[in-house]
Design a protein around this ligand. Structure first.
Ligand code: HAM
Length: 411
């Protein structure tokens, strides 16, 4: 038997139906807020990610699926969507002639991480990216959209965590202060964080290890180092979120794992456990330029769909469509079976049947095993009638109804 790869899984059954439902709702919300869909390749030149996400990030250092194609060029399965959208944006010259653009995407991402609950090597994201808009209005409006979306699909009490991690003007001062502090406590940090002191000190702040958390608890707070522009930006975002009654808290240890962020970063948490960040995002005003375009600001986020689906498996508002029918049939003229199914399907009802000839009782047993709540009986007599012979599998009740009214009888 050939098994699936470690960290890669199939999504089927109820999980797949919840996935489909939350994707439909996500599209609805994204479109409502002016985002338009983009479909991107799953593979790009490696350089796009190493320059975009940052050479020192964990993703680029150890998590990318990178290999050579048949011509010896280094290619990578996308570990995230932002860099690809930025590449599209620059390649089409939007940065030069039409900078205000809003995109959304949905698709599989690949990271070679250690698999655990809520963390896979192939996982799915729904994301948005807004270009050319450097205003707290876009940050607050997009965060509001997300909270509305999460509530709509039944995430109870989504909590927004926000932080402002400064910009190239003020971050270097903060980095120096943080490095100074961390060097004094180096022996209490994990080996990864010791390296990060020199390469990426900000990342020490969100290390999950208890010993590192204790060290950073008394570290300098970036809020005390923000330049006037970042400070007023941060205040404005928080004022707008409060005005929109969005539940949020500032988390000074929230720094995010990708190096392109400036100013606003945020996550929404829900559910229990270590992997409970349902999404992450923020502002990346230098990324378009870093990837060869004009200096155009950007803001976006990505939702971790796998985590959302597993949360909703337990608490979902999602209900299976009760309007599914199974046709139990016995006919000489088989075309009549297809005709009856066609009528019901045109009325918007899902209908299925077994194509081989079997006794009524064997078909009913099959329908029962599959969990159908209603079946349609179709014999020679019913084939001549306009009415549908409906049987409720739970109560045993049988009725004759018009196909146009059938949905009401299926609830
Ligand atoms: P990220 O925080 O790396 O951000 O990923 C976003 C979300 O994807 C996470 O909050 C998590 O729910 C989910 N996720 C990440 N890795 C895994 C995994 N291995 N298995 C399951 N779920 C996972 C980004 O990717 C940025 N591109 C977001 C962004 C867009 N920022 C600006 N625009």
């Amino acid at each position: 038997m050939i098994q699936s790869l470690r960290g890669m899984r199939d999504i089927a059954g109820r999980e797949a139906r919840i996935f489909q439902w939350i994707e439909e709702r996500a599209r609805y919300f994204f479109e409502l807020y002016g985002y338009r869909e983009i479909k991107l390749p799953v593979m790009e030149r490696t350089e796009l990610f190493s320059r975009g996400i940052g050479d020192e990030s964990d993703i680029v250092q150890k998590e990318m699926y990178t290999f050579e194609d048949r011509k010896g060029r280094s290619v990578t399965l996308r570990p995230e969507g932002t860099a690809g959208v930025v590449r599209h944006y620059i390649e089409n010259g939007y940065d030069k002639r039409d900078p205000l653009k809003k995109f959304y995407y949905s698709g599989a991402m690949f990271r070679y991480e250690r698999p655990q609950k809520g963390r896979y090597r192939q996982f799915y994201q729904f994301g948005v990216e807004a270009f050319g808009m450097e205003s707290p209005l876009i940050d607050a409006d997009t965060i509001t959209m997300l909270v509305d979306y999460f509530r709509d699909i039944g995430v109870e009490s989504p909590l927004v965590k926000v932080n402002n991690i400064g910009c190239p003007v003020c971050r270097p001062d903060y980095n120096r202060a943080l490095q100074g502090y961390l060097r004094n406590h180096e022996e209490r940090l994990c080996p990864d964080c010791r390296k990060r002191i020199e390469t990426n000190p900000l990342r020490v702040l969100d290390c999950k290890r208890e010993s590192c958390r204790k060290v950073v608890a008394d570290s300098p707070d970036i809020a005390d180092f923000l330049c006037d522009s970042c400070r007023s930006y941060d205040e404005e975002v928080q004022t707008l979120l409060s005005a929109r009654k969005i539940p949020f808290e500032r988390d000074r240890f929230l720094v995010r794992g990708l190096d392109y962020y400036v100013k606003t970063v945020f996550e929404i948490h829900g559910g229990e456990g270590a992997q409970n960040a349902l999404m992450g995002g923020g502002r990346y005003d230098g990324l378009v330029e870093a990837l060869g375009g004009q200096p155009v600001p950007g803001f976006g986020f990505a939702i971790g769909v796998d985590r959302l689906v597993s949360l909703l498996m337990e608490t979902s508002l999602f209900e299976e469509d009760p309007g599914k029918l199974f046709m139990v049939w016995s006919l000489e003229e088989q075309a009549l079976l297809l005709e009856k199914c066609d009528i019901l399907r045109k009325c918007g009802v899902s209908v299925d049947f077994l194509p081989d000839k079997r006794s009524f009782s064997s078909q009913l047993k099959y329908a029962h095993r599959q969990g159908y709540r209603h079946v349609v009986i179709l014999g020679e007599e019913e084939a001549q009638s306009e009415q549908i012979h409906l049987k409720n599998m739970e109560t045993g009740d049988e009725t004759y109804v018009s196909p146009y009214d059938i949905r009401e009888h299926l609830i």
